[in-house]
Design a protein around this ligand. Structure first.
Ligand SMILES: *[C@@H]1O[C@H](CO)[C@@H](O)[C@H](O)[C@H]1NC(C)=O
Ligand SMILES: *[C@@H]1O[C@H](CO)[C@@H](O)[C@H](O)[C@H]1NC(C)=O
Ligand SMILES: *[C@@H]1O[C@H](CO)[C@@H](O)[C@H](O)[C@H]1NC(C)=O
Ligand SMILES: *[C@@H]1O[C@H](CO)[C@@H](O)[C@H](O)[C@H]1NC(C)=O
Ligand SMILES: *[C@@H]1O[C@H](CO)[C@@H](O)[C@H](O)[C@H]1NC(C)=O
Length: 454
């Protein structure tokens, strides 16, 4: 009995990431966060303090020595202990993880309430045998890999199908900074409940997207992040995501995309959030998905933009070459408009006034016109708190010459206001004078009497 108990105990400890190197754990009670650095057999007792944590991180060390560890079943008290832990998220970082070991301990997570598993800067060594996972569900809903290396994904259909009972319940998957060049079609078909797939900072090219999002792959996908990959063609990316009927959020930022004006591909109509920031755009894509709510086209080479999207709420166009503010009168729901660092002299005050929801405008770094309407408009917007970051230091006059280099805030618009008041008064006076003259002409010679009489 005693050796079995010992063994079971060791497995439990292993699950908690017993790493036989120097170090200890630090628990932050406020954040319910525990970090263990390079644990050794001497300092492993320190793990005890992590038990009330909801997030536990194991940093540093290697697990290779446990590969030959004879792991069998767990006894009921160990299972009970695992079940009572409040740990929701476990992070393994800066580690060498033998895949064979992971394959052997993964199923014990079914006794825990761990929902998130994250591997960061890890090397997965070798290949494991995942047969024991067949038919096994796990409470883990979110799986993150960042900067990990592992055996290639191709030719692993058997592994993925052994894991399918679990994978078909997974909701979030992130594989970032992993030099990923492809994602086989069969893999996507296992992730039947996946909502969010983040593949930022990889090396996915146009030709690898089509197979990744083949018929039946990721049928429930809502969020797809492809930021910083090796994508080059709007057309082929658009074609590749056609089979994702639930897609709501697509991030293509930081790719060097080239638009193909002859492309007739339509982006999924389900899209709500579209990030095209820093994608080398010379002109806005048309047609845009009709139900878009957030559109980020900042950091491109746009010279003019004309958008009409009735549900658009946020439009980001900072760092472009816009000579004039975009035409937005057909975006009645707009609440956020960012136009920093363009070449826009003056905002279209008449259009902005019609946008009742507008509460966040940013236009720093533009060559402002400090005419009465230009400076007055910006000052009025700032006074209502709707001018975002960058006021007042980011707003300088470019014209008229007398105010060049001034902060827009410092331009006296009082005179403008009095000019505005004086104008109608002068017109009224002129009209009066005219009426008087007419009177004078008509009444001659008995003018005074007739005019007095009305
Ligand atoms: C715990 O985390 C909070 C928030 O980050 C921090 O302010 C506090 O100093 C930390 N406590 C300890 C003991 O490190
Ligand atoms: C990525 O992980 C490796 C270990 O696998 C590490 O040596 C490297 O420094 C990590 N890179 C970054 C940018 O953190
Ligand atoms: C990116 O794609 C181009 C061809 O489209 C290829 O020549 C290049 O090697 C790729 N770069 C990476 C990092 O995969
Ligand atoms: C778009 O992506 C960039 C990173 O590439 C990010 O900084 C920006 O916040 C994203 N925009 C939105 C609206 O989420
Ligand atoms: C404008 O561009 C400059 C230089 O690229 C940058 O430093 C600044 O932060 C940008 N301003 C805004 C408001 O984005």
């Amino acid at each position: 009995m005693a050796p079995r108990r010992l063994l079971a105990g060791s497995v439990a400890v292993l699950l908690l990431g017993l790493l036989e190197v120097e170090g200890r754990c630090f628990f932050n009670r406020t954040e319910e966060h525990c970090v263990c650095y390079n644990l050794t057999q001497e300092t492993v007792g320190s793990i005890i303090q992590c038990l009330p944590a909801s997030v536990v991180e194991f940093r540093g060390g290697e697990l290779e020595r446990y590969v030959a560890f004879p792991i069998t079943g767990l006894d009921s008290s160990t299972i009970e202990t695992l079940g009572s832990l409040v740990i929701r998220k476990i992070v393994f970082a800066d580690l060498l993880v033998p895949e064979i070991l992971l394959a052997r301990v993964l199923r014990f997570f079914s006794y825990t309430q761990v929902q998130e598993l994250e591997f960061e800067n890890c090397i997965f060594k070798g290949r494991g045998n995942w047969d024991d996972m067949a038919g096994q569900g796990l409470p883990i809903l979110s799986l993150h890999f960042h900067n990990v290396t592992a055996a290639p994904l191709t030719g692993r259909q058997q592994d993925f199908s052994s894991l399918s009972s679990w994978l078909e319940t997974l909701q979030e998957l992130a594989v970032t900074g992993c030099h990923l060049t492809s994602l086989p079609c069969a893999i996507g078909r296992e992730f039947r409940a996946l909502r969010s797939l983040d593949m930022a900072q990889n090396s996915l090219g146009d030709e690898s997207l089509m197979p990744a999002f083949c018929q039946g792959a990721f049928p429930q996908l809502q969020v797809l992040i492809l930021q910083s990959n090796n994508l080059t063609s709007h057309h082929s990316v658009c074609e590749s995501v056609q089979l994702l009927p639930e897609l709501q959020h697509l991030d293509l930022s930081q790719n060097k995309l080239v638009a193909d004006p002859s492309s007739s591909c339509q982006w999924p109509v389900s899209l709500r959030i579209f990030n095209l920031s820093n994608t080398g755009l010379d002109e806005a894509l048309t047609p845009l998905p009709p139900r878009l709510e957030v559109l980020d086209m900042s950091c491109n080479h746009l010279r003019a933009v004309d958008i009409s999207l009735s549900s658009l709420k946020k439009l980001f166009l900072s760092q472009n070459l816009l000579q004039a503010a975009p035409s937005i009168r057909n975006c009645p729901a707009l609440d956020t408009l960012h136009l920093n660092n363009n070449s826009i002299a003056e905002l279209p005050w008449a259009e902005l006034k019609l946008l009742g929801h507008l509460r966040d405008v940013a236009a720093a770094g533009n060559p402002c016109s400090c005419s009465c309407s230009g400076a007055g408009g910006l000052q009025a917007l700032a006074a209502t708190g709707r001018l975002g970051q960058g006021w007042p230091e980011g707003y300088r006059c470019h014209s008229p010459p007398g105010y060049r280099g001034w902060l827009v805030r410092d331009v006296p618009v009082l005179q403008c206001n009095s000019a505005a008041v004086i104008a109608p008064v002068s017109i009224a006076l002129a009209l009066l004078a005219l009426a008087g003259a007419v009177c004078l002409l008509r009444a001659r010679p008995g003018l005074l009497r007739r005019c007095r009489g009305g």
